[in-house]
Design a protein around this ligand. Sequence first.
Ligand SMILES: Cc1ncc(COP(=O)(O)O)c(C=O)c1O
Length: 349
Amino acid sequence: MELIDLRSDTVTKPTPEMRAAMAAAEVGDDVYGEDPTVNELEAVAAHMTGKAAALFVSSGTMGNVAAMMAHTQRGAEVICGYQSHVFRNEQGQLAQLCGVQAHPLPEAANGTLPLDLVAGAIQGDDQHHPITSVLALENTQNMCGGVPLAVDYMRAAGSLARAHGLKLHVDGARLFNAAVALNVSAAELVADADSVTFCLSKGLAAPAGSVLCCHDEFIKLAPRARNALVGGVAQSGTTAAAGLVALRSMVERLADDHAHAQQLAHGLAAIAGVKLDPRAVATNMVYFDLDAHVAQTDAQIMARLREQGVLIDFLYAPFSRGFRAVTHCWITAPMVERTLAAMRHVLAT
Ligand SMILES: Cc1ncc(COP(=O)(O)O)c(C=O)c1O
């Protein structure tokens, strides 16, 4: 049976064009800065995000950690969201690897960190306090429903950060989903950011890799951080080649994934027992809950869907019963219909 894998957009496999580009890639030693394919990828990524420089890294997590290492000193703190990847899903990297503390704040329903809360969280200049050094935002905000944060908000957050001498880092694992959903360029979204990480390996379907894009002076620090994270990879041009194909051919088509997410959300919302407001779905993520009267456990629901060939994910927060289905380039409209039929079957029997 053909599996319909909606657990995440990280399950995407490289396209035939990517595989061909990887096989043909010209490579060199990237730690010496001599891999032409990596250099080209970094130039394209910097251009697309409107930044002076870029650094190819193995993963989104590595990009975020390298940024935090470069932006902070021991004893600093980073303001971020409770639902952010930086806070929840990077094994406490701020403490564990950077020697700094997270200062998490609750996101609003639309995924933003309310700027009055951010302003109130910035520590005064007192020897008892950690030095608030970074404001970290996530765009799209995954755990708040894959919501895109708008240009106006990003600009206002940048102004606030600048006014207080903070660096603004954007975890843009799905930055291009946000840009496509909002019909703006990625560069506009991160114009005020000091650094941004985006992933090639999620909706853009490259097999691995992310890019950390930033200002010139910062990029001198980032390779040191990457190296400390054991992230210097010599002939990484083979992977970068797939990334170039991703940036050149996979960005605009993200709109298809968003349309499939709408199809899925509207279909799920019409099934008795599913709690979901399709208006909350803005990109490729569909989070939903089940009515309290649904007697089956989450594990049973997921196992029975799997029997029907459908894989979805389960997340504990911010919902009591939070299921997640993510559309991506290997998911078609007929697969969405099959998913809906499977869900109707599982909840009806
Ligand atoms: C919002 C966000 N940031 C960062 C990451 C980390 O990316 P990676 O798995 O490449 O480390 C993820 C992964 O899904 C993510 O959802």
